[in-house]
Unconditional design. Structure first.
Length: 195
């Protein structure tokens, strides 16, 4: 059985081959890459922006950039992180065009707030919403990418273009603000590198 690290390497190698073909104008390779990433990008973009109405626009814009810059991926540590970075920047651009915030305050519930029998726990949802509303936009973004999606601190720095030391500081500040409101979030900070 392959380890997670081997699967990531295999996936990255496959993605790099697709990007080589895309760099030479292969539209079928672009379609394959698009279908491979579409669902992941939908989840990622919703978690990052909380604006469903821009997701398709952002994904299409991202793949236009990928089509144009496929030859540039050699510089990226992993193709998936390169693609997420493109999508992140496209999402921030789309939000600026619309004059919207990166997080819609009415939709801040990040985590499933249900009991073991599947019933929603309103008190927990309210505590999470209240706790997250205390964070700055950057703190929420880093917190969501690390704890909501599971990216490493290094990956968050690469995706967002925020220096690693700033990513770490944002996460520490977010946890400090949330510790009193949400004691179950008083967990150890993720390590840098792949999760």
């Amino acid at each position: 059985m392959k380890t997670c690290s081997h699967r990531k390497q295999d996936t990255d190698a496959t993605d790099r081959r697709l990007l080589e073909r895309i760099a030479h104008g292969d539209r079928a390779a672009l379609a394959t890459l698009y279908h491979s990433y579409h669902e992941r990008l939908c989840v990622f973009l919703y978690r990052v922006t909380r604006h469903r109405e821009i997701i398709d626009e952002v994904i299409n814009e991202s793949f236009w950039v990928i089509w144009q810059k496929a030859a540039d991926v050699r510089q990226a540590p992993r193709v998936s992180i390169w693609i997420m970075g493109i999508a992140y920047r496209a999402a921030m651009k789309a939000l600026r065009r619309r004059g919207a915030e990166a997080f819609d305050e009415d939709n801040l519930t990040l985590y499933r707030t249900s009991s073991t029998n599947g019933e929603e726990v309103p008190e927990l949802r309210d505590r999470i919403t209240h706790g997250l509303s205390r964070l700055t936009c950057d703190q929420r973004l880093v917190f969501e990418l690390v704890y909501g999606i599971g990216h490493s601190l290094d990956d968050v720095a690469t995706i967002t273009g925020i220096p690693l030391c700033t990513v770490k500081a944002c996460l520490l500040q977010a946890k400090a603000k949330l510790r009193n409101v949400l004691p179950f979030l008083a967990v150890e900070a993720p390590k840098t590198g792949a999760p």
